[in-house]
Write a protein that binds this ligand. Sequence first.
Ligand SMILES: Cc1ncc(COP(=O)(O)O)c(C=O)c1O
Length: 360
Amino acid sequence: MRSLNFSAGPAQLPLPVLLQLRDELLDWRGTGASVAELSHRGKPFMALAEEIEADARALLEVPDSHAVLFLSGGATTQQALIPMNLCAPGEVADYLVTGHWSKVAIKQAAAICSVNEVASAEGHAFTRLPPVSEWRRHPDAAYFHVTGNETIHGVEVFDLPESDGTPVVADLSSNIASRPMDFSKIGLAYAGAQKNLGPSGITLTVVDRALLAREGMPRPDIFKFASHAAQGSMLNTPPTLNWYVLGLCIRWMLNEGGTRTFEQSNLEKSAALYSTIDQSSGFYTNPIEASCRSRMNVPFVLHDSALDAVFLEESERANMIGLKGHKAVGGMRASLYNAIPLADVHALCDFMQEFQRRHG
Ligand SMILES: Cc1ncc(COP(=O)(O)O)c(C=O)c1O
């Protein structure tokens, strides 16, 4: 029996994707082999890679001005590659600090370039976004990094900043494809696939081709976005199986109606859960300012932390997994990515109300 899976990532995959993966595992497209057993340079896989890029472009509405890369190393590796590729020696990069993952991005970048913290919401325990009036952007910044969705704190940036001549770099790991986004306004966006796009082990990067011309820092070829782009993301052996599953997920999202459909269902799912929390008279709380509450990751605490273990035990008995919150904020977290059906969220809300009746 499959669980109702609210994991923050690796996260639930769409059932039709898993079934197709199972059906094709021994003999993919009549090759007599699993996709994991074939050369990435052979015709079948090269054709697949082209199809997936076309599908990703269609789903995300990526303009021709931007390259789409499929890389390994996860989002954290991108956080190190970005300053290597976009900053020249001695240059500064701007970072907005909205939660844990902004800080991790800064940690990676600080080893490579100078980091200017534009503003931080840490003084407010990351329960809101730093207001624009507090931003201090560097006049010569090589780029401006923003975390589109803070997976741990549950804070989402619904309007990415305007570039104003400085390319915006966005970590979209946990909200890519959750709603339409205008990639023509983004210099570079990256997302580890394991939340909204597929399995872990592959990362999608969308980058304005104009940025690929930047000289960047002295670095090995394997760390150059331009080289990956020139070689169709096959500079070395890519994670072929993960790439294929990501392709199945993207095709599934297109078949379901694309990002506009998911925007609607993500609005409904998150509204249902936030309203359960807000109507619990303080039994459950989510401290995030309403305007930036994430539609993807909803952290909440119980009024008495002694109930945490009971909540997790009972929710597991009710066939729900992945609800334990990150240690940085404690309590619980429900992740509501595209593959999570509305019915699962309603079941979670019912469970929470029932739990409150018994333990409130
Ligand atoms: C917003 C965000 N950025 C970066 C990361 C790090 O991703 P990875 O583990 O793929 O390096 C995560 C992981 O959860 C994340 O949620």
